[in-house]
Design a binder for this molecule. Structure first.
Ligand SMILES: Cc1ncc(COP(=O)(O)O)c(C=O)c1O
Length: 427
């Protein structure tokens, strides 16, 4: 039996897995031509042509609109900015509550606080790690105005049940699709199922311009609101005689021509990159299914999972290896992986101490807020269990890796399972 790398044995894999962006000829050509033109941003904060940005920005928005079949695309400089403009355009403000999952990148919830509103955390489903509609319903109060649905790790959330709740309680739905561009729920691309869909183009995403993002919507009023908040809208509102100026407090969330030029080339490869991820993930699922105590990623019926990462659950009692020891052993064999994802967001000091703006507890203690959001340990037991005990994330199912690279993952699993007895003594 070969000795585990954790105990000084030879690693299964020496070659690092690729974790950088794959940049093609189109991106280089476009970036060079933008540089030559000397117009690195086409935005101006006043009414007129420049209000909507430059040539590359518009071409990118039109490409994205064609892909999703949505009339309105609002490029921004991050998904965080996208979530912020979306909440503003939906009319979210002081005193309002917005329901969100705690098992997501922090910005999905922080954007709510950026509007002086209150995040209320609903638990997640064990199968998909996305927000659980049953838990959402328990969180709804007279103050609830919206739900932020995150399609986590590339798997769509249960949108039919969430849409039914939104209809029943008159709530807006903002889909956070940062990790799921191209994922499908019941024949519809995620991002087109709610009121607004938000996407990220940061370095770690399937298609990237380093930093960047965009919002999509079919609703012209929401689109106008987002465009105004993106680009200093308070100086435009008067010129266009906007009737409702609430939340038209503008930021600079504008995308540069360079980012848009990169995003165009990147976005054209989205379907190819997703297909590659899906093939590698399914290959892994087939090979890993022989190991006991593992729950491999679900692909719920009627969904297309785009595998931003490959998430598995390990049941210590059946696999007979503690999750954290398993992760250490896998890392030592040269397979990148993580124990859990993020700490459930409400456990961070911002929520535990209820300190955001200033030292007096705003927006949690704001006079307009009549509720009492609870952030104590235990409010989302499934998210806590996944994080503390069961979830393992493997981020290697991506281009240009091949099934041969996945074989190294399988070999490392086999080696660790063969050495379980030795590992049990290791903590
Ligand atoms: C689910 C989710 N939402 C929002 C964001 C924020 O994206 P950005 O870095 O583009 O602001 C991320 C980024 O990792 C994310 O994964």
């Amino acid at each position: 039996m070969s000795k585990l790398a954790l105990f000084g044995g030879k690693k299964i894999r020496r070659k690092p897995f690729v974790s950088r962006a794959i940049v093609g000829k189109e991106e280089s050509k476009r970036v060079n031509s933008v540089l030559k033109s000397g117009i690195l941003s086409g935005f101006i904060a006043k009414s007129g042509d420049g209000f909507l940005g430059g040539k590359e920005v518009r071409e990118f928005e039109s490409l994205v609109g064609g892909y999703f079949g949505t009339e309105h695309v609002i490029s921004v400089n991050s998904a965080t900015a996208g979530l912020h403009v979306a909440l503003g355009a939906c009319g979210i403000g002081p005193g309002d509550e917005v329901i969100v999952t705690p098992y997501t990148m922090s910005a999905s919830a922080t954007a709510i606080i950026m509007q002086n509103a209150i995040p209320v955390f609903a638990d997640i489903s064990e199968n998909t790690f996305c927000i659980d509609p049953g838990s959402i319903e328990q969180c709804i109060t007279a103050r609830t105005k919206a739900i932020i649905v995150v399609h986590l790790f590339g798997h769509p959330a249960e949108m039919n049940r969430i849409k039914a709740l939104a209809r029943k309680y008159k709530l807006k739905i903002i889909e956070d699709c940062a990790q799921a561009p191209g994922a499908v729920y019941k024949k519809q691309l995620v991002g087109t199922l709610g009121d607004i869909g938000i996407f990220s183009l940061n370095q770690h995403k399937t298609v990237t311009s380093g930093e960047g993002g965009f919002a999509i919507t079919r609703n012209a009023r929401l689109a106008l609101g987002m465009r105004l908040i993106r680009n200093h809208g308070e100086v435009i509102a008067g010129n266009i005689r906007l009737k409702d100026i609430s939340n038209i407090v503008g930021y600079n969330y504008r995308m540069t021509e360079l980012e848009a030029a990169v995003s165009i080339g990147q976005f054209r490869r989205l379907d190819f990159l997703n297909a590659h991820r899906i093939n590698l993930a399914r290959y892994l699922t087939e090979k890993l299914s022989k190991f006991e105590g593992l729950t491999l990623p679900a692909e719920e019926s009627g969904t297309k999972h785009v595998y931003f990462v490959y998430p598995i659950r390990i049941k210590e009692s059946e696999a007979r290896i503690p999750r954290d020891v398993f992760v250490k052993a896998l890392n030592a064999e040269g397979i990148p992986c993580a124990a859990g994802y993020v700490r459930p967001i409400y456990l961070e000091p911002l929520y535990q101490k209820k300190i955001a703006y200033g030292r007096k507890g705003c927006p949690f203690t704001c006079g307009f807020y009549k509720g009492n959001a609870v952030y104590s340990k235990g409010i989302c037991p499934v998210a806590e269990k996944m994080h503390r005990k069961e979830l393992v994330i493997i981020p290697v199912c991506r281009y240009p890796e091949t099934p041969r690279d996945m074989d190294d993952v399988v070999k490392a699993f086999q080696k660790i399972f063969n050495n379980r007895d030795k590992l049990r003594k290791f903590q």
